[in-house]
Write a protein that binds this ligand. Structure first.
Ligand code: ATP
Ligand code: MG
Length: 437
């Protein structure tokens, strides 16, 4: 029987002591996207199954093995999104974004669902940040989206991550390539894993993406798509590289990158790191010029990427990347007695409207327990209110880290707290300047 007191396998809770890291990187993601002119889009968590089965590609692992598909009570086949690009493309056709002034640049953060074998960096519910640029075919667009992913990673402080790019051509030049690939793998068919034997007829390029050691060894010597590019695709790829060079973004060309989803054309790319174990790809993306036309929209070139937030967090942890500290409670007001509790309510209410984080006792605990709690939450300052303080209309504000105290009038706590907090900020600035000398 299912243990209903445990989260479902492959899902994870983000606990209160972890959520700040999520909020921080999500903020960097959305604000960096904004610097490139990308606005957020929010699409449903589930779609008609065909949105994914027809567009992600029915020979892909995602569609063949990983989708959460079910019939709803109205008998419709529904799928929890395994990724967001197909949903964003559906939405942009439905709402005519592809007919607006192009390019339409959108970004998103959201949960994705794939029935996979859970392990570090591989979950059944995971989260992606992504960006999609709809209606731009020039290499400058490919550059822009890669640069945005790069800037997100850099701003978060990720080091030791490399960008690998490739071009998988257009449907025209890919025909010749598929032939060459098929003949190469047919010659080596006995060494292929069972899944790849099947892929050989259905979609030989998938074999290049196979994670089994034998197949990936064979894949290393396979014909390279880059040698089969038509003139237009070659020129496009050269253009992307020139832009990256111009911005000083380092990359390597990895002919083995084909990406797991069917809809890609021309540029494909990944950001990979050796610091997250077996799941080394943090971000993957590319151009998908055929997708919107194939979905019934006007032919519209487009491209995008998806970045796995859990993998990024793993990377942050493994690289010991520091992020700005989580804000702490500005003032804890401890109280003794009913009158003090009401006064604390009055003061905290006004302080919160002034923008301070304030906590008071809401568990009717004794003073000692209240102070212990203030300590535990890392409150910057504390203040005790009792009959004396109420009578004198004054209280002592204590710096919890240094023990320094100062007196403040109860009707002037906001100004006092402001100057104390500014003083603290100044002290830590001086400290960091002194330490860096
Ligand atoms: P992989 O080869 O690792 O299975 P993928 O090619 O299936 O990745 P994409 O579909 O390109 O992945 O998704 C983009 C990003 O989303 C990945 O680079 C990764 O960071 C993240 N991602 C994909 N699947 C998972 C998962 N099951 N759990 C956590 N993150 C994932
Ligand atoms: Mg996968």
């Amino acid at each position: 029987m299912a243990d209903i007191n445990r989260a479902i396998k492959g899902t994870a809770d983000v606990l209160p002591n972890e959520s700040y890291r999520w909020q921080y990187i999500e903020k960097v993601m959305l604000s960096t996207a904004r610097l490139f002119g990308y606005r957020e889009i929010r699409v449903p968590v589930f779609e008609h199954t065909e949105v994914f089965s027809r567009n992600v590609g029915d020979t892909t692992d995602v569609v063949q093995k990983e989708m959460y598909t079910f019939d709803d009570k109205g008998g419709r086949s529904i799928t929890l999104r395994p990724e967001l690009t197909a949903g964003v493309a559906r939405s942009s056709i439905e709402h005519g974004l592809i007919y607006d002034a192009l390019p339409e640049k959108v970004c998103y953060i959201g949960g994705c669902y794939r029935y996979e074998k859970p392990q570090a960096g591989r979950l059944r519910e995971f989260h992606q940040f992504g960006m999609e640029c709809i209606g731009a075919s020039s290499p400058a667009a490919d550059y822009e989206i890669i640069a945005a992913a790069n800037q997100v990673l850099k701003t978060i402080g990720i080091e030791k991550i490399s960008l690998e790019i490739n071009s998988i051509g257009c449907p025209e030049c890919r025909k010749e390539y598929q032939k060459a690939l098929k003949s190469y793998f047919t010659d080596n068919i006995d060494d292929l894993c069972d899944t790849c034997k099947d892929r050989l007829n259905r979609n030989p390029m998938r074999i290049l993406d196979c994670k089994s050691p034998v197949c990936s060894k064979l894949a290393k010597n396979a014909p390279k798509v880059i040698d089969f590019l038509c003139d237009d695709c070659k020129e496009h790829f050269e253009g992307v590289k020139s832009h990256l060079d111009s911005a000083g973004i380092k990359y390597t060309v990895n002919p083995q990158i084909v990406r797991g989803l069917d809809y890609y054309t021309r540029t494909v790319f990944e950001f990979v790191s050796g610091d997250i174990g077996a799941q080394s790809t943090v971000c993957g993306g590319g151009r998908y010029d055929g997708l919107i036309g194939q979905m019934g929209g006007k032919d519209t070139p487009a491209l995008g990427f998806g970045m796995g937030i859990e993998r990024l967090l793993l990377l942050l942890e493994n690289q010991k990347t520091e992020i700005p500290p989580e804000p702490k409670c500005d003032l804890y007001i401890a109280t003794m007695g009913n009158a003090a509790e009401l006064k604390a309510t009055e003061i905290s209410s006004s302080l919160r409207f002034d923008g301070f984080e304030v906590q008071t006792d809401i568990c009717s605990r004794g003073l000692k327990a209240q102070m212990k709690f203030a300590d535990k939450i890392g409150a910057k300052f504390s203040m005790v209110l009792g009959d004396n303080e109420l009578q004198n209309n004054k209280a002592v504000i204590k710096n919890m880290a240094t023990g320094d105290t100062s007196e403040a009038a109860l009707d002037n706590i906001s100004d006092k707290l402001s100057s104390l907090i500014n003083g603290m900020a100044l002290d830590s600035l001086t400290d960091s300047v002194l330490n860096s000398k």
